[in-house]
Ligand binder design. Sequence first.
Ligand code: FMN
Length: 147
Amino acid sequence: MFGNNEKLALEAARELDATAEKLQDRDKRRGILGMVRCIYDVARHNLAKLEPLASDPAAFDRVILATPVWADHITPAARAFLIQQKERIKDLVLLSSSYFGPKNERFLADIEALLGRRPSASFLTTQKEIKDNSYQAKLNDFLRSLR
Ligand SMILES: Cc1cc2nc3c(=O)[nH]c(=O)nc-3n(C[C@H](O)[C@H](O)[C@H](O)COP(=O)(O)O)c2cc1C
């Protein structure tokens, strides 16, 4: 919504020379009403209506998902992606920028419940660290550990 997770995804793609794709949510989520809609959908575990993917996750050894935390949970777009693609994802790595960053334990449990396993590695940072760029060295270390 604010571009923090897109920034993480694009940096990871650049560093790892990987393909990047944005999940395209067909629902409108801008403005105050959009925000209310986000929380309503998260609370009900509603799935976003996603545009078809350009790439097939099964074609890759590893899929890196970058997603914010909304109301302690993953977003409707990330939920829809994991439910639709879980059989086609060989290895899932998670990147996430949120307000509480590493404190969002419940969020990892959410992913485990959907995928049947935890992501093989995860990088949780805060929106504050994105803003002041202090996430960068940590992200580089994390991405190096994936090589
Ligand atoms: C509707 C909504 C709910 C949110 N709920 C949480 C939350 O429960 N915990 C948290 O740590 N951050 C929460 N946040 C903050 C976002 O996760 C954070 O701003 C994130 O960096 C936004 O990423 P983006 O720029 O990729 O959209 C929420 C943000 C929105 C818009």
